[in-house]
Design a binder for this molecule. Structure first.
Ligand code: NI
Length: 156
């Protein structure tokens, strides 16, 4: 499975649509996303990055795996931080992005249950980055200092 790349990629720039029914097709898409994130050493992935314009994001942090279907951030806490981000869809590009440190998220999980949770630290950062993908927004649209380099930390 290939990851779409490029800041001008038309698919990456489109808005993803909500999931209506959590069926076998949706679950198989999530399994594919899981494989892609592991093969590429990522910490987060949105379905659109593998060409599916569907509102699903996954995150894997410290061996903990999260699936969020139709995610919505219902609260941004006021305190922000500036952290360098990368993205599997923008290889070798990094940029410092300011985002709220803490959020409240509403979503549906892999089992089809509604979840509401507070997230902070890396998880809050990854969720915000992935949610932007669902609206066709890439981190470089928000980054202040962009650098090109081959290295390094896991990409979102
Ligand atoms: Ni990304």
């Amino acid at each position: 499975m290939e990851i779409l790349t490029g800041e001008n990629n038309k698919t990456l720039r489109q808005k993803s649509l909500p999931v209506k029914h959590i069926n076998a097709e949706v679950r198989s898409l999530i399994e594919q996303m899981k494989e892609v994130i592991r093969q590429n050493n990522g910490v987060g992935l949105a379905a659109i990055q593998i060409g599916e314009p569907t509102r699903i994001i996954i995150c894997e942090i410290d061996d903990k795996f999260y699936t969020f279907i139709n995610p919505e951030i219902i609260k941004f806490f006021p305190e922000t931080s500036v952290i360098e981000e990368g993205c599997l869809s923008l290889p070798n590009i990094y940029g410092e992005v300011e985002r709220p440190k803490k959020i409240t998220l509403k979503a549906i999980n892999f089992d089809g249950k509604k979840v509401k949770m507070k997230a902070f630290g890396l998880l809050a950062r990854v969720i915000q980055h992935e949610l932007d993908h669902l609206d066709g927004v890439l981190f470089i649209d928000k980054a202040k200092k962009i650098t090109k380099q081959t290295r390094k930390t896991a990409a979102l």
